[in-house]
Ligand binder design. Structure first.
Ligand SMILES: Cc1ncc(COP(=O)(O)O)c(C=O)c1O
Length: 453
């Protein structure tokens, strides 16, 4: 093993000793198998095997045949003191994270991504290294147009695609272009991302709420209000309430946009993840002249890539490209070309399939565990995506968040997604079940069960 490998091993051993010393890993705690931990940390399995065996020989861990590796009961003696009890009144550090919208980062397909980067950087034309087209690399726009037509039912050509730095930049560009075109208001779902409402407001646009019921946005409310310049929707899986827009409402909203000459901005943030059936196609497939499609790699791969895409009606491509500037300023060519290779080699489909089965299994475990242990709690939302809404009779969302904190679990109240102008009395918490690594999932679920007790 080289110098680098030794450093990694030493670092991991220190991290274990420190966790045991501070009591974060209590005596008797079972550790993940070397294979699982290696995958979670993106390390070679041999590295983890050696770390475990050295810590066993130092007495920190015990390796019992059949029961895996555990923190040794003698560990406290090695430290020379018992793990420090918590001072009453202080809040323990969160250990588990079930916030919405975060994919499992430990499952990022590092090896395949590295191969894609290597292949594309070796073969990229010189011009890729220079200042490039603000719409993004043509190779990626082409690959996305084909992928989105196949996987999400879009009607798209590469000319309609603009690459951006996540859906967040996509929406900022759309908001700026709408404002330039004189749009003063955009209707938004009464529950949604505050950052999206802020992006509109920053562009000088009012974000007005429309109610959402069990079948998506209530269209009758759109016709009653003064006509907005556009409506921002999550039709395939409402964020965060988790419902799908009813089929006749899908058709209805497209009709409405045509009649009123307005636009629909479709945020298809987690459209690939449907577990009870194959995903319903994007709304854009119904009308590519009135729908602006917003996509992202943040759920399907990782938010840190900052990769997103817009698919635009022909008449908007020029205006949105102009908002981006004369050259590409936000998305580097390495990520763009790696993503192109990743899609075209089939690695993207494979990764999505693997994550779909992992997330689907987790969602099922979540629903079953809660129905077994917490009869007063209810999981709301369809079998899709990376999150659910959880309601518990007799407890508010804020109470659940506080109880969770005592179990070292971070969750978010539904309230933080509510538009200040909403009149809905819905309450609860939003649970993102995708974020934990495979080895920490069951611990997070246990902490949730204790929260609901
Ligand atoms: C509703 C919704 N849209 C879009 C996104 C993705 O944003 P971005 O692509 O900027 O990471 C998220 C991520 O949290 C989201 O929850």
């Amino acid at each position: 093993m080289g110098h680098l490998g030794r450093n990694v091993r030493a670092g991991l051993m220190d991290a274990f000793r420190e966790a045991i010393r501070t009591g974060r890993l209590a005596p008797g705690t079972r550790l993940p198998s070397s294979r699982v931990l290696a995958t979670d940390l993106g390390l070679g399995r041999n590295t983890v095997v050696r770390v475990y065996s050295e810590l066993i020989s130092e007495g920190w861990l015990t390796g019992l045949h059949g029961s895996g590796t555990q923190v040794s009961q003698r560990a406290a003696e090695l430290v020379g003191e018992r793990p420090r009890p918590r001072t009453p009144g202080t809040r323990p550090e969160p250990v588990h994270d079930l916030r919405a919208g975060r994919p499992d980062l430990s499952s990022f397909p590092r090896d395949e991504w590295i191969r894609a980067v290597k292949r594309t950087v070796s073969t990229a034309p010189f011009d890729a290294f220079g200042y490039t087209d603000p719409r993004g690399r043509s190779e990626l726009r082409d690959a996305l147009a084909r992928y989105l037509a196949r996987a999400r039912g879009l009607r798209a050509r590469a000319d309609n695609v603009i690459v951006c730095s996540g859906a967040a930049e996509g929406l900022r560009l759309v908001a700026a272009a709408l404002a330039t075109a004189g749009v003063m208001t955009v209707a938004v779902e009464e529950f949604g991302l505050q950052t999206q409402r802020q992006a509109l407001v920053k562009a000088g646009i009012d974000a007005v709420p429309i109610p959402v019921d069990a079948e998506g946005v209530d269209l009758s409310r759109l016709d009653r209000a003064p006509c907005p310049g556009a409506v921002l929707l999550t039709p395939s899986h409402q964020f965060p309430l988790g419902v799908a827009l009813r089929p006749d409402r899908r058709a209805g909203i497209v009709d409405w946009a045509r009649r009123r000459g307005t636009l629909i901005v479709e945020d298809d943030y987690d459209g690939e993840f449907r577990y009870d059936r194959s995903p319903v196609g994007a709304l854009q497939g119904l009308d590519h002249d009135h729908v602006i499609y917003l996509g992202t790699a943040s759920k399907s791969l990782a938010p840190g890539l900052r990769l997103g895409w817009l698919v635009l009606p022909d008449h908007l491509v020029g205006a949105i490209a102009a908002e981006k500037g004369d050259t590409e300023e936000t998305v580097g060519f390495v990520n763009q070309l790696a993503m192109t290779d990743f899609i075209e080699s089939g690695a993207y489909d494979r990764h999505i399939r693997a994550m779909r089965s992992q997330y689907s299994r987790r969602r099922r475990q979540l629903v079953e565990t809660i129905s077994q242990h917490s009869p007063t709690a209810r999981v709301v939302g369809m079998s899709a995506g990376l999150h659910v809404v959880l309601e518990q009779s007799g407890r508010t969302g804020a109470e659940l968040v506080r109880r969770a904190a005592r179990e070292q679990l971070t969750i978010e109240p539904l309230d933080i997604f509510r538009h200040p102008g909403s009149t809905s009395d819905r309450d609860g918490v939003v649970i993102g079940f995708a974020a934990p690594s495979p080895s920490s999932w069951s611990g997070a679920l246990d902490a949730l069960v204790r929260t609901l007790r």
